[in-house]
Design a protein around this ligand. Structure first.
Ligand SMILES: Nc1ncnc2c1ncn2[C@@H]1O[C@H](COP(=O)(O)OP(=O)(O)OP(=O)(O)O)[C@@H](O)[C@H]1O
Ligand SMILES: [Mg+2]
Length: 388
C-alpha cells in the first residue's frame, strides 16, 4: 500500500482528498500546515507527498525545499490554482515530482502518485546497487593490493622466522631466560603475521580453486570436526540440521571448509562474549535445498552477542573487526565473501527470532548460474530465513 501525506490548510479539501484516496486503497496521512507537514514527513515516512502551494505560514514551496534538504529522494506533487503557474513551474526546478492544477481529476492524481511512488522505488534500488558496486570495487582493489603485499611479504617473513627458529634451537647461544621468553613472544607474533599474510593471499583469490561436483555436507562436517574440542571446552552446544538428500554442487571443498570454519569461529567468539564459556551457548548448523529455487542454503546460527549495531554494512569488508586488538584480523568474512563469489553464490547475514542470527552462504545447483542479484532467490531466501 502506498503511503501518502497530504499537506493542505483547507480542511474540506484535505478531508475530501483523504477519503477519496483511501477509497483507492492508499494509506493517507494529513497535515494542515507546512510545519505540521514536515513533522509528519519525518514521523510517517510517506512515499509521496501532496502539498498545496499556497498556505499561510510555511507555504508549499518552503516545505518542498525543506523536505528535499532532508531527503533528496522525497517525491512531492504540488497542488496549485490556475493563477499560479509561475510557482508551479518554479517548484519543478526545486525538485517537485510534478504539479497538478485544481480542480483536478482524481484518476489523473492517482496516476501521478503511482508514478511518483515507482520513481521513489527505483531511486532506492539504484542506491542499493550503487553501494553494492562500490563495495565490490573496493573489495577488488583491496584484493589486488593484498595479493601484491602478501607476495612481497612472504619471503622476508619466512627468512626472519627461520633465523629466529635457528636461534631458539641453539640452547648454548640463548642462555638468558628473559631473552628467550621475549624471543618466543616475537615468534608468536610472527606466526600471527604469517596467518594474516596467508589470509590476504587467499583473499586476493590468487589461490586457484579446484572445483569438483560434491556434497556440501562434507566441508561442513570437516570444518566442524576441526573445532569440536574447542566447542566442548567453551561449553557450546552444537546441533546439525543438514538435509539428508542434498543434491551435489560444484565446489572447492577446502575453500568452502574455510568459510565454514570462519563462520564457526565467529559464532564461538560471539557466544564467548555473551556466556563467558559458561553453559548456554548454542550453535545450529543448517543446510537445505531451497523449495522454489535451485540452490542450497547453508549457515551457522548462534545465540551469542548481536552483531554490533551500525556495523552491518561493513562486516564483509577486509580488516573490519570489532574484536580486541590482536584478536581478530577482520579478514574472515571478507575471505569468505571472495570464496563464495568465486562459487557464483551469495553470502549474507540476517537476524532471527529469539536473539539469534545466521551467517549463511547460498550455492547454485546449476554451476552456470550466478546467484548475485537474482531477485527470485532473494524472495525465497527471505521466506526461508523467516521460518528459522
Ligand atoms: N556470529 C557473529 N556474531 C556477531 N558478530 C559477528 C559474527 N560474525 C562476525 N561478526 C562481526 O563481524 C566482524 C568481522 O568478522 P570477520 O570474521 O571478518 O573478522 P574477525 O572475526 O573480527 O577477525 P578474523 O579475521 O580473525 O576472522 C567481527 O569482528 C564481528 O564484529
Ligand atoms: Mg572471524
Amino acid at each position: 500500500m502506498i503511503k501518502i501525506l497530504i499537506v493542505d490548510d483547507e480542511e474540506i479539501q484535505r478531508k475530501m482528498l483523504k477519503s477519496s484516496l483511501e477509497l483507492k486503497n492508499y494509506e493517507v496521512f494529513v497535515a494542515s500546515s507546512g510545519e505540521q507537514g514536515l513533522e509528519a514527513f519525518v514521523k510517517e515516512k510517506p512515499e509521496v507527498i501532496i502539498c498545496d502551494i499556497s498556505m499561510p505560514g510555511m507555504d508549499g514551496m518552503e516545505m518542498l525545499e525543506k523536505v528535499k534538504l532532508m531527503n533528496a529522494e522525497a517525491q512531492v506533487i504540488m497542488l496549485t490554482g490556475h493563477g499560479d503557474m509561475e510557482s508551479a513551474i518554479a517548484s519543478l526546478k526545486k525538485g517537485a515530482f510534478d504539479y497538478i492544477i485544481k480542480p483536478f481529476n482524481l484518476e489523473e492524481l492517482c496516476m501521478n502518485i503511482n508514478r511518483a511512488a515507482e520513481n521513489q522505488r527505483l531511486y532506492l534500488q539504484l542506491k542499493i546497487q550503487q553501494t553494492q558496486l562500490l563495495r565490490a570495487a573496493k573489495l577488488t582493489a583491496m584484493g589486488e593490493l593484498g595479493a601484491g603485499v602478501a607476495h612481497e611479504m612472504n619471503q622476508p617473513l619466512m627468512a626472519i622466522s627461520s633465523y629466529l627458529e635457528g636461534l631458539l634451537m641453539n640452547d648454548a647461544l640463548v642462555t638468558n631466560l628473559v631473552l628467550k621468553n621475549k624471543m618466543l613472544k616475537i615468534k608468536d607474533q610472527f606466526v600471527r603475521l604469517g596467518t594474516i599474510v596467508k589470509r590476504m593471499h587467499e583473499y586476493s583469490g590468487s589461490r586457484m580453486g579446484t572445483f569438483t561436483e560434491g556434497d556440501v555436507k562434507r566441508p561442513i562436517t570437516d570444518g566442524l570436526f576441526l573445532l569440536t574440542q574447542q566447542f566442548k571446552d567453551h561449553n557450546i552446544a552444537v546441533e546439525l540440521q543438514l538435509q539428508e538428500d542434498l543434491p551435489e554442487v560444484y565446489i572447492d571443498r577446502y575453500q568452502i571448509q574455510d568459510v565454514v570454519v570462519n563462520f564457526l569461529i565467529n559464532a564461538r567468539d560471539a557466544i564467548d562474549e555473551k556466556f563467558n564459556q559458561q553453559e548456554g551457548g548454542h550453535i545450529w548448523f543448517i543446510s537445505k535445498k531451497l523449495k522454489n529455487f535451485p540452490a542450497i542454503v547453508s549457515g551457522v546460527i548462534d545465540n551469542g552477542i548481536a552483531v554490533k549495531s551500525g556495523s552491518e554494512e561493513n562486516l564483509f569488508e577486509p580488516f573490519f573487526t570489532t574484536k580486541a586488538p590482536g584478536k581478530g584480523t577482520g579478514l574472515g568474512l571478507s575471505v569468505s565473501f571472495t570464496i563464495i563469489k568465486s562459487h557464483k553464490g551469495v553470502i549474507g547475514f540476517s537476524s532471527l527470532k529469539n536473539e539469534r542470527k545466521i551467517f549463511y552462504f547460498v550455492l547454485p545447483l546449476d554451476k552456470e548460474q550466478d546467484l548475485a542479484g537474482v531477485e527470485a532467490l532473494n524472495k525465497e531466501l527471505k521466506a526461508e530465513l523467516e521460518n528459522l
